[in-house]
Write a protein that binds this ligand. Structure first.
Ligand code: FES
Length: 110
């Protein structure tokens, strides 16, 4: 059973931007893009930059430090889709944006 944590209010994250929040001691990047909220691990696996501060286009976030690109819908690294950062389920309850602290299970394309 997933546990959801409130991380903000609907409307406070502008389209195609993100924000970094702490969920149960873990930094999570929450984005609003394509009329939906998305959440992935905030820590870029290359050198630890905050993905929540990255530029977003077409549901892809560009790491602000060295421009690695990650799909904000499932955390996959766009240059090698076998690698990914964790992605998390997001839901809206009333006006609250809530993130599940359990990593999302993403099906592999094979
Ligand atoms: S720290 Fe993200 S690409 Fe280098």
């Amino acid at each position: 059973m997933s546990e959801y944590v409130t991380v903000g209010k609907v409307g406070e994250i502008p389209e195609n931007t993100g924000k970094t929040v702490e969920v149960d001691g873990r930094l999570v990047a929450v984005f609003y893009a394509d009329n939906q909220y998305h959440a992935i691990d905030d820590l870029c696996p290359h050198a630890g930059a905050s993905l929540g501060a990255g530029y977003v286009e077409d549901c892809v976030v560009l790491c602000p430090l060295h421009a690695w690109r990650f799909d904000i819908r499932d955390g996959t690294w766009c240059d090698n889709r076998r690698l990914k950062v964790d992605a998390f389920d997001v839901r809206i309850q009333d006006d609250d944006i809530q993130v599940s602290i359990t990593p999302k299970v993403v099906e592999e394309d094979e």
